[in-house]
Write a protein that binds this ligand. Sequence first.
Ligand code: ADP
Ligand code: MG
Length: 389
Amino acid sequence: MVDKDRQAPGVLGIVGGGQLGRMLVQAARELGVDCMVLDPHADAPAVQVGAGHVPGGLFDADALARLASLADVVTFEIEATDAGVLGGLAERGHRVRPRPGTLAVIQNKLRQKEFLRAHDLPTSRFEPLERPSARAMLDFGLPAVQKLQRGGYDGRGVHIVRDETSLASLLDGPSLVEAFVHTRRELAVVGARGIDGEVRCYPVVDMTLGESTNMLEMLTAPADVPAVIADAARDLARRTIEALDDVGVFAVELFLDEGDDLLVNEISPRVHNSGHFTIDACRTSQFEQHVRAVMGLPLGDTTQRRPAAMVNLLGEAGFCGPPVLEGEPEALSMDDVHVHLYGKADCRAHRKMGHVTVLDDTLAGAVAKARRVRDVLRIRGRDPVPGSN
Ligand SMILES: Nc1ncnc2c1ncn2[C@@H]1O[C@H](COP(=O)(O)OP(=O)(O)O)[C@@H](O)[C@H]1O
Ligand SMILES: [Mg+2]
């Protein structure tokens, strides 16, 4: 049931003021929901677009309590916050959505894998690896993947061990080891669960990741896969989100292996890079959907209007300082090219500075245009980094 007695749109508190927070604030404002953003920086991307600012660190218990006292509902745009402190706030009656308990499970990749196994959701074989050693990796069997239990993101904290030569560079710290999946494709499904328990998923998308960086290079939506696989992916994402039994937007990253089986790689308890295309391509964006879900409003229509391709705009290596954008006029002279810049003051190597969604009548047309955009549109810091060339 939706909150029928809601008198005013209410205030949404957001932990973290990065680009995800920024796009949440933009969507919230259109629904008449005011936002307060906790972030150390007064010029954070989410604060720039008209949210109130609560200064402080994301692990600062007093700052989190201050945010909660100013908001009707608290949510987060990043997993790097204190789930225990948020749990204490929830116990004292603050609405925190998704639940801090869900965040705590997802923050720890081992607990997350255990959650998947406990709910019979297919995922690669794994074992805890509290003290990483070559011996333990060999006993588990290669090829395998070592993942730090906590703190990893965007490929950091993940070490792929294809053969014995990579055993010398194991990561330090409590980890898990999982079987290497020979993937045909990396897919993702973003979905939302409302406070009435309804789940709505967006179309499955295909993510091409950089060979060495493990970062997203191009996303296509919908994924170019047979309908049976697309349906199975959405069904698996739905079951995963239902198992979480929580409220908000979640992203489910999937592997399609060489036998065409789907495995859950990981879950994000928040809006996600793989859902950015929904702003321009779908009837309801993932950001509006998250605001609707956590504020107790009905979920919106997830239908995609046109095929889409999305590329991230990353800072070029070798430079830092205020961003310099090149090629924007050329990019914007193409039809249905949507540039989103995050307003970050400092442009460093590989930093996410923005993204571009390209729409077209066909997926192939969108991909071709997105490649042209990627060729002409560049962002780098104004100043060369000393010592690099
Ligand atoms: N078990 C696996 N088999 C093959 N590749 C994997 C496996 N686990 C992770 N990877 C690769 O590493 C990337 C990052 O791993 P992931 O667990 O998604 O961590 P992150 O939190 O950095 O996104 C994946 O997108 C995939 O390309
Ligand atoms: Mg991932």
